[in-house]
Design a protein. Structure first.
Length: 271
């Protein structure tokens, strides 16, 4: 797809208040984008901003779970963020496939590099946001995406361009104490959301590991699992994200909507 292509949804207005469900798409200015990495790859993605040309109050650059285990730009929390946050919180959402990752949007060039070459993917996404004139840029990482945030977000050239990061289900496999120490030294805010029943790092252990980062705010999410399955937990993740990047917006976000809305088709796979 060309970078000017617009995702297609059919919006209708029922005239009555509707419940916001997993597949509900609220109005936004959406466009498919392409990112260029410093090593010459083209990555595919989508940018969703508040409708009507309104300037976003904050921008999320999202980094998806492990692509070798089903993670991609349509992983469900990020998909719901793009469906809802531009309308409900004036937050723009940039989603993209890291190198070698495919989704219904298309395939990004290259091959999965275990978190090494992906440093350039993260940089390309942040550079794109800056080139678009966006402000208040936050990284949001989920699982593997948290490793990229921790390893590269607090280093230049990215560190000087972002406000901080929010981590969902950090496994701390690829990112280690040295990365945490670099983040601590940066002074950048770090919000860490840890499911109670996470497969890799539970809240009590996360509190110990992230104690190396004085500015880290570690929050355990009762009942949640690593993949945040279920509308209750996806909505909680979005509320926590909004509370960090737009503290002036009341949470929990509305669960009902009056106005134009669409229903999105299910992605081929979902994580």
């Amino acid at each position: 797809m060309a970078s000017s292509d617009t995702p297609e949804y059919t919006f209708t207005t029922s005239g009555a208040e509707i419940e916001i469900r997993a597949s509900t798409v609220l109005p936004a200015d959406r466009r498919n984008i392409e990112l260029r990495t410093a090593d010459g790859l083209t990555l595919v993605g989508e940018y969703a901003a508040p409708a009507g040309g309104r300037a976003p109050k904050a921008t999320l650059v999202t980094l998806h779970p492990l692509p070798t285990h089903g993670g991609f730009m349509d992983s469900h929390v990020y998909r719901k963020a793009s469906f809802r946050l531009p309308a409900l919180a004036d937050i723009a959402v940039l989603r993209f496939n890291t190198r070698g990752t495919c989704s219904p949007r298309g395939c990004s060039d290259g091959a999965f590099d275990g978190g090494d070459g992906e440093r350039l993917d993260l940089q390309a996404a942040v550079d794109w946001a800056v080139a678009e004139g966006l402000h208040h840029i936050w990284l949001v990482g989920w699982s593997f995406g948290t490793e990229l945030c921790l390893k590269y977000g607090a280093q230049d050239p990215v560190a000087e361009l972002i406000e901080g990061a929010i981590l969902l289900s950090p496994p701390l496999h690829r990112a280690g104490d040295a990365d945490l120490d670099t983040w601590a030294a940066s002074g950048l805010p770090l919000k860490v959301l840890v499911p109670e029943f996470d497969d890799y790092l539970v809240p009590e252990d996360a509190a110990v590991r992230f104690a190396r980062v004085p500015q880290a705010d570690v929050t355990g999410i009762d009942g949640a699992k690593h993949l945040w399955v279920g509308e209750k937990y996806a909505a909680r993740a979005l509320d926590e994200i909004v509370a960090v990047v737009r503290p002036d917006v009341a949470v929990p976000l509305p669960a009902r909507w009056t106005g134009p809305a669409a229903v999105a088709p299910s992605p081929v796979t979902s994580r």
